[in-house]
Ligand binder design. Structure first.
Ligand SMILES: [Zn+2]
Ligand SMILES: [Zn+2]
Length: 433
């Protein structure tokens, strides 16, 4: 039999692949092919958008122009758009042609108060403000994913919500903001979101690779301040006072010793005391010393344990010497948790998108991220996207004035996100149960 390949190969390949369906968490090959094709078609305009964002960074809760740009882009793709959520947040809803649940992709949009020190032609135009945490890449990846998937509506079984979040780095003092405010203002409702995905650029691994961990992935970040209250006296007559500096010194050592001896190594915790203030002059016994620090934990149980431990240690150090103390413990963002059931579906999906050898597990990182607010409420999937230029052994870290992620990571991020979102919807019966 003679077969005439009269159609163009471009048209024919999807037809051939149509019946080759993948394993669990693996997109059918035609859809995967179409995603690649759409990425190739649009990547240059997405890179242009990213450069524009990089040149025009805006601080947390002040992402006014970024927000306008995001909203107009989403509208031009035909998405349903809501603006002004948690001040400058934007939500785009892409309804698929087939019915189903709603899955979300979240991107943060804010920059940092850092003076950029790179030599790229698209350097920040805002003095003292820089996208040094890569949120310009996150925003570009989410816009790119929305663009690609908006052209594949006929393959979407449900809805995809694109959540563009302000103030991930924390709102200005005295203001509310970020992920928790977005949730309060309905980001996960109407239609209700069943699962959520996010990524963060990661300078430790080369572009093309990703890291993912099941369970706790990033830490909870809390703050504390302990005020040691002693009694002032002449420096030559310490027995007439209660030396708050000596007590504070004991307290620092007691905290670190006790923590290292009581914390289970499989549930890591970090306590760092970053500031000590107290005393007036060299010949006066200080009556008051203030210590402040940060606590990073993974499990909620350990978080509660360490708060109690700090109180017990402060009491144990101060009381025998007749001093007093005040502990102020402030709970910050909880830990980012990657839900095992969602990971069962999406880890193979990430591997299928990027190549099996390009996705590895990572130990939990003690940095924090307010994506945790989402992943506490619904199953979340948070992964780290390599941005180190190929061949480079190191690169400047996040929050550094020379941080410069490789732009090739944008296409990789879009591909990964598109696969994860569509696979999440393809296997929604496993998420909903
Ligand atoms: Zn950051
Ligand atoms: Zn960040």
């Amino acid at each position: 039999m003679v077969v005439h390949f009269s159609r163009s190969l471009k048209f024919f390949i999807p037809m051939l692949l149509l019946f080759a369906s993948g394993a669990l968490g693996e997109l059918d090959k035609t859809t995967a092919y179409l995603i690649d094709e759409e990425i190739t078609r649009h990547i240059q305009e997405i890179i242009k958008l990213r450069r524009f964002l990089h040149m025009n960074p805006e601080l947390s809760q002040r992402e006014f122009e970024t927000s306008k740009l995001v909203a107009s882009q989403l509208l031009s793709m035909g998405l349903e758009v809501k603006t002004g959520i948690a001040k400058t947040g934007v939500i785009g809803l892409l309804r698929g042609d087939q019915p189903g649940m709603t899955i979300a992709l979240r991107a943060d949009m804010d920059a940092l108060p850092i003076q950029e020190d790179t030599d790229v032609p698209f350097q920040s135009l805002n003095p003292g403000v820089m996208h040094a945490c890569g949120h310009d890449i996150h925003t570009a990846v989410a816009l790119g994913t929305a663009l690609v998937l908006s052209r594949l509506r006929d393959r979407i079984k449900g809805n995809i919500k694109f959540i563009f979040q302000p103030a991930e780095e924390g709102p200005p003092p005295g203001e509310e903001g970020g992920a928790s405010l977005m949730i309060q203002e309905g980001a996960l409702d109407d239609p209700p979101v069943r699962a959520i995905i996010a990524l963060h650029v990661w300078p430790d691994i080369p572009v093309g690779q990703a890291l993912f961990t099941v369970g706790f992935a990033l830490a909870a970040a809390d703050g504390f301040e302990i005020t040691v209250k002693g009694r002032g006296a002449h420096g030559a007559r310490p027995y007439e006072g209660i030396d708050a500096i000596v007590l504070a010194s004991q307290l620092v050592l007691a905290i670190h010793t006790t923590l290292s001896r009581t914390n289970h190594p499989e549930d890591p915790a970090v306590v760092s005391i970053g500031r000590i203030q107290g005393g007036v002059r060299s010949n006066i016994i200080a009556d008051e010393v203030r210590l402040s620090g940060t606590v990073r934990t993974l499990s909620e149980a350990n978080r509660t344990r360490i708060e109690r431990l700090l109180r017990d240690i402060a009491r144990g150090v101060t009381q025998p010497q007749g001093a007093d103390f005040v502990l102020r413990y402030t709970r910050g963002t909880p830990s980012v948790y990657n839900h095992p059931d969602l990971a069962d579906i999406l880890f193979p999906s990430l591997q299928a998108a990027l190549g099996k050898n390009n996705v590895s597990p990572h130990p939990p990182q003690m940095v924090a991220e307010d994506f945790s607010e989402f992943s506490q409420r619904i199953p979340g999937f948070y992964f780290l996207l390599g941005v180190r230029p190929p061949g480079a052994r190191t690169m400047p870290p996040l929050h550094n004035s020379r941080f410069l992620p490789d732009e090739k990571s944008i296409a990789v991020g879009i591909k990964a996100a598109a696969h994860l979102l569509l696979d999440g919807l393809a296997y929604q019966h496993r998420i909903e149960n």
